[in-house]
Design a binder for this molecule. Structure first.
Ligand code: ANZ
Ligand code: ZN
Length: 805
């Protein structure tokens, strides 16, 4: 055969697949379905990154294999195209964000197309298309009608550079996740979504789905369900009580002081009693400069001021204990006040050490007191209560239960569940997002616009710059802003904030089921058939944001009867990043960026696909290697060249039959279990065997290229045609293996003289006794010379022993 020319072959088959609509999901709802999903990209100006093909190829493999297994497969693609980078680019270059988006989408689409993915392009969606965001607005409207969207004055995270409010999730280590600029606090009236109402459902639903463990764990940690108690401490000489939240009410006898957050309202309430109120105000001002993240860091040096003039009373022993102010207590969690138990909490311990506050041990290790002056004792598993009156001798768990009983009986406390999860800040003061379909009327307050007026189109503006006072550029369009109230007909103003980028991706998987429907977000029948997504793969960085948001919207739509499954994704996996040759993240500044277009041009799409699947364990980060790319191209060339040694025999040759069945089994299993690299390694090993004997039967070759087709679809399709395969390769059935034929029949046995091993022999388990003994004797003939054979023993499949004198 000729040298493999990837330019010609890849173009040819991409055209054929397009013409034949080879990978269109059909609307035949009687067939078994499979819905494979990858996170749709943000079409940035940089074009496709070599990181993108890793997950796309992985699920393309799954999708192609499923089609060969007879499923009606939905493997769709679209564009998550609203968002800041496009808007910022538009501002800088004076091009409308719509045009920027169109250009970027065009480029991305060409690039994805050149990689031969089996996406059903007829179902392409774009979140910035009014026909799409119609339904994003429709869902928001429903959330609003159900009381799950509300407006609230709140201190938000304000990025000084992007001039935009950020969700907590978008602030990383105190800086903006996107641009790295400092984030400050700013009070604004914002749209909020009550994701907290779904906290329990979002945790409990995880038990019903097949997500990789670290995704489940980080979702749970993010929601942060904490089971504890609220306890009231009387404030001496007042009618008031200071309520704290604690997860360790068992340690109440060890509470030696209280700490309130610098923003706690009691400080203002009792300012006349507090003799050092000025010092407290100064401390509050300092605290305001820090983010909650900085404030709660364990390692940070503890600071604080004692509140002079008021004291609290420990309810279990009547002891007066001081009240302190410190920034390690946050106003945004629990009650903004804590009881400090320095003997058993690390942060309290550090604080007590610094300010010389008493440390009283109330929990001992298996009943033995430990040195709590050296370190806090925090192990609950071995803890037994001491110095604690009616709790003495109890385990931590039992002591908690008993204390809650006591508190409830005395009406000074009760069990309480808290969550770290906060409601979702849903407003952005930017242009390039979905308009929020709400107006504000002096008389009626916030009113949603009627369904019939959706989609509410994003109007054309002169300039997309956000204003310095933090209003969206839409606010300057008075003609658009001034409208009438759908409720009373009086004058009203449109909402000028837009939705965050997370909105469009919170339900896009539903739209793929029925992407052109103008009457509903998708038809009931289509949703019933396609949902849930059978396998969803995406980045680990989306575990706490996109994944949680979309599960929340889906659960809401489920409660509204719009969708029919409580969870959107049956299975969720995550891939590792692809790093530069130097093991560092690819970036322009490091000069280590690999452009996928160059690889496709020089080596071919099949090589890129094969390489990205072979690069390493799918869930781990992997460093790029040009040599690795070349190695994969060599492998494909060797697959191609097998044509030169192919025989016309349709079956498998006897000596490779086991190997063929083993390879089918391994590749089939590995493709389902994220082990793409070992599947490819198995195919490499198989072709080595063909070359070793310098022959491959047509039957063996066909099986090999069918197994390889999901990874390298172009070259295998071309070979199929060249060797006279029927129809197209993509239309063939996935190869079957016979379990019985995967076990090797050959064993290695010992050949002994008088019980001592002299040699080893490879035999087949079914070889007759006489034959095995004869072979064994031949092998040790030199050692038997001059001896008389007394007895010949064969232990089947294990030993040949010759007894000789
Ligand atoms: C007394 C105690 C004793 C505590 C002990 C812990 C160990 P999670 O699990 O995260 O819910 N806490 C409560 N509210 C706080 C706030 N607003 N800012 C900072 N810390 C706060 O943690 C709950 C524990 O964190 C609570 O239990 C409280 O300290 C502290 F041996 O109360 B604990
Ligand atoms: Zn009105």
């Amino acid at each position: 055969s000729e040298v493999y020319n990837h330019h010609v072959v890849e173009k040819k088959w991409q055209q054929v697949w397009d013409d034949e609509k080879a990978f269109a999901a059909t609307n035949d709802f009687t067939k078994p379905k499979y819905y494979a999903l990858v996170e749709f990209p943000y079409p940035s100006g940089q074009g496709l990154h070599v990181g993108h093909p890793r997950p796309y190829t992985a699920l393309d493999i799954v999708a192609r294999k499923r089609r060969m297994q007879g499923y009606n497969v939905l493997y769709p693609m679209g564009w998550d195209a609203f968002g800041l980078p496009t808007e910022n680019y538009a501002i800088k270059n004076h091009i409308h964000p719509k045009i920027v988006t169109e250009n970027n989408v065009k480029r991305f689409k060409e690039q994805l197309h050149s990689l031969g993915y089996s996406f059903d392009w007829d179902r392409e969606i774009n979140t910035t298309d009014p026909k799409y965001y119609h339904w994003t607005q429709w869902i928001f409207r429903k959330l609003f009608e159900e009381g799950l969207a509300y407006k609230k004055e709140m201190p938000i995270n304000w990025c000084t550079s992007c001039k935009v409010g950020l969700a907590n999730e978008e602030v990383v280590n105190g800086v903006c996740e996107r641009c790295g600029s400092p984030v400050v606090r700013k009070v604004k009236s914002e749209w909020m979504l009550k994701i907290t109402e779904y906290a329990d459902k979002l945790i409990d639903g995880l038990d019903t789905v097949d997500y990789i463990e670290r995704v489940k764990v980080s979702q749970k940690n993010w929601i942060g369900r904490s089971t504890g108690a609220e306890v009231d401490f009387a404030i001496k000489d007042t009618e008031d009580k200071l309520t704290v939240y604690t997860t360790r009410c068992d340690t109440l006898f060890g509470a030696t002081y209280m700490v309130v957050s610098p923003e706690h309202p009691y400080l203002d309430k009792y300012k006349d009693k507090i003799s050092n109120f000025d010092a407290i105000l100064a401390y509050r001002e300092e605290a305001a400069k820090k983010s909650d993240f900085e404030r709660s860091e364990l390692a940070k040096d503890k600071t604080g001021v004692q509140v002079d003039g008021i004291v609290a009373i420990n309810p279990v022993n009547g002891k007066e204990i001081p009240i302190w102010v410190s920034d390690y207590v946050l106003m945004s969690y629990g009650t903004g006040a804590i009881m400090a138990v320095p003997a058993h909490d690390d942060r309290d311990w550090e604080f007590a050490k610094k300010f010389n506050l008493p440390i009283i041990q109330v929990v001992a290790k298996d009943g033995e007191e430990v040195d709590v002056n050296a370190a806090a004792f925090t192990d609950v598993a071995t803890g037994v209560l001491v110095n604690s009156g009616f709790l003495n001798g109890l385990s931590v768990a039992d002591a908690k239960a008993k204390m809650i009983e006591f508190l409830e009986e005395k009406k000074i406390g009760h069990a309480k569940v808290n969550y770290k999860l906060r409601d979702w800040v849903f407003s952005r003061q930017r242009y390039w997002g979905e308009p929020i379909p709400v107006v504000h009327c002096e008389k009626c307050g916030y009113v949603s616009i009627p369904e019939s007026e959706l989609p509410l189109l994003l109007p054309e503006v002169e300039s997309y710059e956000p204003t310095d006072n933090g209003e969206s550029p839409l606010a300057a369009m008075t003609d658009w802003v001034n409208t009438t109230c759908p409720c009373c007909g009086g004058p009203a103003k449109r909402e000028t904030d837009t939705m965050p980028q997370w909105a469009g991706s919170s339900w896009y998987f539903l739209r793929y089921c029925d992407p052109t429907n103008d009457n509903e977000l998708a038809s009931k029948e289509a949703l019933k058939y396609w949902m849930p997504v059978d396998w969803y793969n995406g980045g680990m960085e989306h575990t706490t944001l996109h994944l949680l948001y979309s599960r929340f919207w889906h659960k809401f739509l489920y409660d509204q009867g719009v969708v029919n499954t409580p969870e959107p994704y049956q299975k969720r996996t995550s891939h590792g990043m692809i790093l530069g040759e130097n093991g560092e993240k690819m970036s322009k500044s490091r000069g280590n960026v690999v452009n996928p277009d160059d690889i496709v041009r020089d080596y071919g799409a099949d090589t890129l696909r094969t390489y990205e699947m072979f690069i390493g364990a799918f869930d781990l980060a992997a460093s790029w290697s040009e040599d690795g790319v070349k190695g994969c191209r060599r492998f494909l060339d060797r697959v191609w060249k097998l044509q030169d040694i192919m025989t016309e025999e349709e079956g498998y040759s006897k000596d490779l039959e086991t190997k063929m069945h083993q390879t089918i089994q391994k590749v089939s299993f590995d493709f389902e279990n994220l082990k793409y690299n070992t599947a490819i390694a198995a195919m490499m090993a198989l072709i080595n065997d063909f070359y070793k004997k310098n022959a491959v039967t047509k039957g063996e070759y066909k099986t090999l290229i069918t197994l390889l087709n999901p990874v390298a679809p172009h070259i295998t399709e071309e070979i199929w045609q060249a060797i006279g395969g029927e129809g197209r390769l993509y239309q063939q059935s996935w190869p079957e293996f016979d379990e019985a034929k995967t076990v090797t029949n050959t064993v290695e046995i010992a050949v002994q003289i008088n019980g001592k091993v002299k040699a080893t022999l490879n035999i087949s388990k079914d070889d007759p006794k006489d034959e095995v003994i004869a072979k064994g004797k031949e092998l040790i003939a030199d050692k038997l010379e001059g001896k008389t054979i007394v007895k010949e023993i064969y232990v089947p499949g294990r030993i040949v022993n010759i007894v000789a004198k």
